[in-house]
Ligand binder design. Structure first.
Ligand code: AMP
Length: 234
């Protein structure tokens, strides 16, 4: 067995609908103190709150396009810096879902992490067959205010059409509703993943996990991270 890598600073790579959010939730249960940052969730929150940034990024999200690299890089770095002041830097464990998305973002992020003395410990790529991804995107619904995600096939709400906690109606994500937008997001992923994969592979921190379901993939992630399935006691 490899030694447990500490602190955990993990990137999850994977196509839209590959289950990065689900794996994040599962990891969060095991490691309650880990900071989980989803670039997409944070941007959608800005949109819902109608902030200046939210208004700026809405058009990109609606079209299924990536927001400009500089903007997302500054935004994600700001989230990490927030945590840096809150706890001792060497203890901060985090996991990022959805960032970086391309080689330029990855390179600039690597420079930022060097300056912050926060090296990445792992990058894990999730590979899920495209047919499964399309099914998942078609049956994914969200609670807009909180970002809670449901899937009608394997994670349905307790009452059809409404959020479990608030009873608010569930909606489709704006970028999950049109075939053209979904296709653009998946095509972009295919275009950008190879250079990204090569970059992290050369750094020696890339692992790949694959399967049809999140339950098949999660044990592989635990194995990569040398973690046990029992929740952490701290
Ligand atoms: P996601 O929830 O990860 O599918 O992201 C939803 C949308 O947010 C994307 O289609 C982009 O418009 C934007 N977005 C999220 N993360 C990034 C990123 N790292 N770079 C550029 N755009 C992003």
């Amino acid at each position: 067995m490899l030694p447990r890598i500490n602190p955990l600073r993990l990137l999850l790579l994977g196509a839209p609908g590959s289950g990065k959010g689900t794996q994040t939730k599962k990891l969060k249960k095991l490691l309650p103190n880990i900071l989980a940052i989803s670039s997409g969730d944070l941007l959608r929150e800005q949109v819902t709150k109608r902030t200046k940034l939210g208004k700026e990024v809405l058009q990109y999200i609606e079209r299924g396009e990536l927001v400009p690299d500089g903007l997302i890089s500054r935004f994600v770095t700001a989230q990490l810096l927030k945590t840096k002041s809150e706890s001792a830097q060497e203890q901060v464990q985090w996991l990022l879902d959805g960032f970086p998305r391309n080689l330029d973002q990855a390179r600039s992020f690597q420079n930022t992490l060097r300056v912050l003395n926060m090296p990445l410990s792992n990058v894990i790529e999730l590979k899920v067959p495209k047919s499964r991804i399309l099914e998942r995107l078609a049956s994914r619904y969200i609670h807009e205010a909180s970002g809670r995600t449901y899937n009608l096939s394997y994670n349905p709400p307790k009452t059809p059409g409404v959020d479990d906690l608030t009873g608010d109606p569930l909606v489709k994500r704006v970028d999950d509703s049109q075939v053209g937008v979904i296709t653009r997001r998946l095509d972009d992923y295919d275009k950008f993943i190879t250079p990204l994969r090569n970059y992290y592979n050369e750094l020696g921190i890339l692992s790949t996990v694959s399967g049809d379901t999140s339950d098949e993939i999660f044990p592989q992630i635990l194995q990569v991270l040398n973690l046990n399935a029992a929740p952490a006691s701290t």
